[in-house]
Design a protein around this ligand. Structure first.
Ligand SMILES: Cc1cc2nc3c(=O)[nH]c(=O)nc-3n(C[C@H](O)[C@H](O)[C@H](O)COP(=O)(O)O)c2cc1C
Length: 185
């Protein structure tokens, strides 16, 4: 798929406070289900989405290392949390807190992946922006094949240096968001 060309005129759009985006994919990341909230926000029809790779909404500000960490975590059978910036069909963008889990049948065989997202709060977005910007900088300074691992390893090393790990880091952003929503309600 062609790289998206960014413009400075991109407009941010938002989910409602109680809205959830839900999608499912097959084991290779091709969309098998999308809920109405997702279709409305991204402005793609069900027909345009089903069978398409989930990177259809990938925003170029998202470092490849973030998705490398996602696939590594999922392929180890674990759930993954992230703050994600995505594109809509008209190249507006939105930020979500995403949870993605492996979807297994009763025999434990992988059927695909299941993802639920809600609107990301400003503090989560402002915390992650410089992290992703640095990961992108590292990727641009590294050859294409090694770039995702280079930026992912930088992130994991930064967190380890602070006595933390990715899961603790991201769950703190989620916890901060809950406090923020309580304060707003
Ligand atoms: C259930 C599920 C949900 C996903 N959701 C998104 C998403 O919202 N945005 C996105 O850019 N990639 C998402 N991905 C990851 C994409 O499949 C892909 O790995 C990513 O966009 C990187 O694109 P690339 O493989 O072309 O580098 C999702 C994957 C799965 C399995």
């Amino acid at each position: 798929m062609a790289e998206h060309i960014r413009t400075d005129s991109e407009r941010e759009v938002f989910l409602g406070p109680d809205e959830l985006i839900i999608t499912k994919t097959d084991p290779t990341g091709h969309i098998t289900y999308a809920n109405r909230v997702f279709m409305r926000l991204v402005d793609y029809s069900e027909k345009q989405l089903l069978g398409r790779p989930h990177n259809i909404i990938r925003h170029p500000d998202m470092p490849r290392g973030a998705f490398r960490l996602m696939w590594k975590t999922l392929q180890a059978g674990n759930e993954f949390f992230a703050v994600v910036k995505n594109y809509t069909a008209s190249r507006s963008y939105y930020w979500v807190l995403a949870n993605i889990t492996p979807d297994t049948d009763i025999n434990g065989r992988l059927q695909g992946y299941f993802s639920v997202r809600r609107q990301a709060g400003r503090s989560a977005v402002e915390t992650i922006k410089p992290v992703y910007a640095e990961m992108l900088r590292i990727e641009q300074a590294t050859d294409k094949a090694s770039a995702p691992d280079a930026s992912m390893n930088w992130l994991l090393q930064q967190l380890a240096g602070q006595g933390s790990d990715y899961e603790s880091f991201i769950l703190k952003l989620y916890a901060g968001q809950d406090l923020q929503q309580e304060a707003e309600s």
